[in-house]
Design a protein around this ligand. Structure first.
Ligand code: ADP
Length: 455
């Protein structure tokens, strides 16, 4: 600025000097006035040119001026570039921030001081069925039409979150959302939504489980305390007392089996996967299972004394000299449960077959029986804890309702699955299907194992 002033004064003084030489005071004044006017005009034209350049040309456009105006132009150019860079950085940061909120698994909705939607991320849209273009600046209470939410919104303070039904909830799939309002800025609110369907389901399952266990334990406990009261109150014949004690022992055994199965299940659910290098010798393992199966068949027949014999027609297909890599105790639990079910549910005289089969990808342990079979509608739920088709039959034969849940867990922990094929009136086939890599060849290995027959 000083340079421009100095330049102006210099030219006016020079004009006055030349004018004075030319025609005295009047010449000096006239020429100084002309030069001053010309200078003003020139400065006005230059500043207009600068303004035009600032408005129309890009900042990278080279400046063609000279002198002090070139310096002014360069400085403005530099300042504007710095500001443009800072704005771009801020915009990028805002975009990153919005992208991060978009990626959040939780829904985020920004409400203005009137409770109208200013912005929401994709998760919130999906949770509450919002469309940010359509619903922009709509009142949240008009869109989330849940009485629980309306009541919650109307409160002054929102210390806690509330649970409402999600927009995508259907009869078959009930979506539960936890929503929480937070105040920020000047009267604005942030609405956070979280899908808690899985948590709610887990909570319901835990409650069901506790109720089921209590129910299972309460029945034998009630029976036992009834017998104890009778034994205490009434003098009984020795034979009668023995009969009562025998019945109490059955109930105690039932509770023991239940507790044992619950422990097994909790170990399976919480434990580390079985180690791959533990191997089970299949022929020896199956000999043990076969003798247990026959003993159980004999016990359940109700025969008395040492002469008890199995009442089922057993077929044990040949077990090749292979080893199975997995946890022995777990495999015993799974296989014994399937075998015990076949024995318990198949009427005397029925056929039960135990077999190990393999193909290129899988190795399968199958128990096939000619028992009552199971109707198709029960099959999907059969391996749920405490699910029973025939309650009295299950309890009457010492079932805990946990056998198939255990078998399914064991199969899954060994990379396999439990398959159930059954037809009412014809019988059932329960199979534990494992990856073929679970079979390990032993020294006496027989080259072939029976190949799966898929009827
Ligand atoms: P439970 O201890 O009651 O046998 P499980 O989990 O082992 O419990 O089996 C669940 C239900 O599946 C049983 O209550 C029974 O109704 C049915 N079930 C299991 N195995 C058989 C089978 N071999 N034949 C017929 N029904 C079976």
């Amino acid at each position: 600025m000083l340079a421009i002033l100095f330049e102006f004064v210099f030219w006016v003084m020079l004009a006055a000097f030349v004018g004075g030489l030319w025609s005295g005071w009047s010449g000096a004044l006239f020429l100084a006035f002309c030069v001053a006017t010309f200078n003003f005009g020139l400065s006005a034209w230059r500043s207009q040119r600068l303004e035009r350049w600032l408005r129309s040309t890009g900042l990278d456009h080279p400046l063609k001026w000279s002198g002090v105006w070139l310096e002014i132009g360069h400085r403005i150019q530099r300042l504007l570039k710095q500001r443009e860079k800072a704005t771009a950085e801020l915009e990028q940061r805002l975009r990153d921030f919005l992208q991060a909120i978009q990626a959040s698994p939780n829904g985020v909705i920004l409400l203005d001081s009137e409770g109208r939607i200013e912005w929401c991320n994709g998760t919130a849209s999906a949770h509450l069925g919002l469309d940010i273009h359509r619903d922009h600046l709509q009142h949240i209470v008009h869109l989330v039409r849940d009485p629980v939410f309306s009541k919650y919104y109307a409160q002054d303070r929102h210390h806690e979150e509330v649970t409402i039904d999600g927009r995508a909830a259907t009869l078959s799939r009930n979506i539960k959302l936890s929503v929480h309002l937070h105040a920020y800025g000047e009267g604005r609110q942030l609405l956070l939504t979280r899908d808690i369907t899985t948590l709610a389901q887990a909570d319901a399952m835990r409650r069901d489980f506790v109720a089921n266990v209590s129910h299972e334990i309460r029945t034998p406990l009630t029976v036992m305390s009834g017998f104890i009261e009778t034994l205490q109150a009434i003098p009984l014949e020795d034979s009668e007392r023995q009969r009562y004690l025998q019945m109490m022992s059955v109930q105690a055994e039932r509770m023991q089996s239940l507790v044992a199965d619950l422990l097994t299940l909790s170990q399976l659910e919480g434990g580390l996967p079985p180690r791959q290098h533990n191997t089970i010798d299949l022929p020896e393992f199956m000999a043990h299972i076969q003798s247990d199966a026959m003993a159980l068949s004999a016990v359940l027949s109700g025969q008395e004394g040492d002469e008890r014999t199995p009442v089922h027609d057993f077929t044990f297909s040949e077990v090749p000299a292979w080893a199975f890599s997995g946890a022995r105790s777990e495999l015993i639990s799974a296989v014994s449960n399937l075998v015990s079910n076949a024995v318990r549910y198949t009427p005397a005289g029925g056929k039960i077959e135990l077999s190990w089969l393999r193909d290129a990808d899988q190795v399968t342990f199958a128990v096939t029986d000619t028992g009552p079979g199971i109707a198709a509608e029960h099959l999907p739920r059969l391996s749920e804890r405490f699910y029973r088709v025939d309650r009295s039959r299950s309890r009457g034969t010492g079932g805990t309702g946990l056998g198939l849940a255990i078998a399914k867990h064991v199969a899954q922990r060994h990379g396999g699955e439990l398959r159930i094929d059954s037809q009412v009136g014809k019988g059932s086939r329960f199979s534990l299907v494992f990856p073929a890599s679970r079979l390990v060849e032993t020294e006496n290995a027989s080259p072939e194992m029976p190949v799966i027959s898929r009827e």
